[in-house]
Design a protein around this ligand. Structure first.
Ligand SMILES: Cc1cc2nc3c(=O)[nH]c(=O)nc-3n(C[C@H](O)[C@H](O)[C@H](O)COP(=O)(O)O)c2cc1C
Length: 421
């Protein structure tokens, strides 16, 4: 019985649609009961318990539970002899090559080019060289490209050659970037939108540095003292995130990613190292520290619509004394999922995208694994992956649903082609 159902899980895509059509409501209810057993009742009951009137029809969500069930049995063992390897043998496919859904968007495989600043825009405008650079990574068959962090307002510009999403005048170039990637084949593309907060310089923004509190940035040598944002200013930056997301959608990107990692503004509010506020955005609780991000997410969702994928790059843990912790990241991930995030792109906070003393493949895997066990939306892990085998191994052990390959893909445009062949 269990083996049979697990076979069904692996032979249907993440939406669960085919399963639903083929087996109907009655069997879904049966399978749902089993999935409750498999994924541990707390998670499934919280999200899709029988008290939820539409649960038999929530095919996408049920699909997510099935997908998680497969991973769970790999992680915990004991349900299927041989764990995940056995499940894969039934499915007959590498995980890396399997399609995945983010919201309703189907992505052809689990390989992601994560955002990496190229410092090559001209006055914020996308150049044809930049389009060619991304197009080459798409031609290799990369499932998803998340383009480099782009500033939503001059006050949050991180670098003079950064791409801008701050003005409608950027739309033609942004449109060219999205269409260059789409022209290469099946690759989907999200744009990452960002406000640097205090992780920049006054001569780059043309004004004073802004942050959660008057604390010099812990990751910047000789950091200037920023000015804390007022609640009115926070509200206006929330609107700027929404305006930028509309531009991203209008330009033809398949989704948008809010940058809340690597010590930038939203991360400065999240990290206890930089947030000393005493108001509703303050250090008193995780909910307070996350409030700015949750408001930005809600504002983005309100303007892009229900169907449009919205990802969050979460700098979940600082890995520093007194900083944010993995426990914080798990709680934050749950809140972000509840608030409508479709993909959690896991990375570091004030430690940025590396981790002191760690050079192992997937150096944030302890965090991403804990988050993956707590949420039903896809989790993306990046850091140190150089080969397809390494990416597959991380997927096999349940560290994430998608794997980002940054510098290896930056240096080798054909990386994905080689990894998949
Ligand atoms: C040159 C460079 C630029 C980067 N720019 C960004 C960025 O714009 N946004 C972001 O979220 N991460 C950025 N990152 C972090 C990468 O997305 C990725 O997390 C990091 O390179 C670790 O992955 P890797 O070991 O596969 O390279 C950047 C990394 C590098 C090396």
């Amino acid at each position: 019985m269990r083996g049979h159902l697990i076979e069904l899980f692996t032979t249907h895509d993440a939406t669960g649609n085919k399963f639903f059509q083929t087996f109907g409501e009655c069997q879904i209810r049966d399978a749902f009961q089993l999935s409750l057993e498999l994924v541990e009742a707390d998670l499934a009951c919280r999200m899709y318990g029988p008290e939820e009137p539409n649960f038999p029809f929530a095919a996408e969500k049920i699909g997510c539970i099935f997908q998680r069930a497969v991973v769970r049995c790999g992680v915990h063992g004991g349900i299927v002899p041989g764990g995940l390897a056995h499940v894969n043998a039934i499915g007959g496919k590498m995980l890396l090559t399997q399609a995945i859904r983010v919201r309703r968007l189907s992505i052809a495989n689990r390989i992601v080019m994560p955002p990496m600043a190229t410092h090559s825009a001209q006055d914020g405008h996308v150049t044809s060289d930049l389009c060619a650079y991304y197009r080459a990574r798409a031609e290799a068959g990369t499932g998803l490209i998340i383009t480099e962090h782009s500033y939503i307002h001059m006050s949050g510009r991180a670098d003079p050659q950064q791409v801008s999403v701050a003005d409608d005048v950027m739309l033609p170039g942004l449109g060219q970037l999205a269409s260059s990637i789409h022209a290469a084949g099946t690759t989907k593309v999200f744009a990452q939108i960002n406000h640097a907060g205090s992780q920049t310089k006054p001569d780059i923004t043309g004004g004073e540095l802004l942050s959660a509190s008057a604390v010099p940035h812990p990751a910047v040598a000789d950091a200037a003292m920023p000015r804390p944002l007022s609640e009115t200013e926070i509200a206006s930056i929330v609107s700027l995130f929404a305006d930028a997301a509309v531009r991203v959608r209008t330009a033809g990107f398949d989704g948008v990613e809010i940058h809340a990692a690597h010590g930038y503004l939203l991360n400065q509010f999240y990290s206890p190292l930089t947030n000393r506020r005493t108001d509703a955005y303050g250090a008193g609780s995780l909910e307070n520290r996350l409030r700015f991000l949750l408001e930005a997410l809600a504002a983005v969702r309100a303007v892009v619509g229900d169907a449009y994928p919205v990802a969050v790059r979460l700098g979940g843990a600082d890995y520093m004394e007194g900083g944010s912790t993995i426990d914080d990241s798990v709680a934050a991930a749950r809140l972000l999922e509840d608030a409508g995030a479709d993909l959690l792109d896991i990375s570091g906070g004030m430690c940025r995208y590396t981790r002191r003393g760690h050079s192992e493949v997937g150096w944030f895997a302890d965090m991403s694994t804990a988050i993956k066990q707590a949420v039903s939306i896809p989790v993306l892990l990046t850091g140190g992956v150089k080969t397809g085998e390494q990416a597959e191994e991380l997927l096999q052990r349940g560290a994430a649903d998608m794997i980002g390959v940054g510098r290896a893909m930056m240096h080798d445009a054909a990386w994905t082609l080689k990894a998949l062949s």
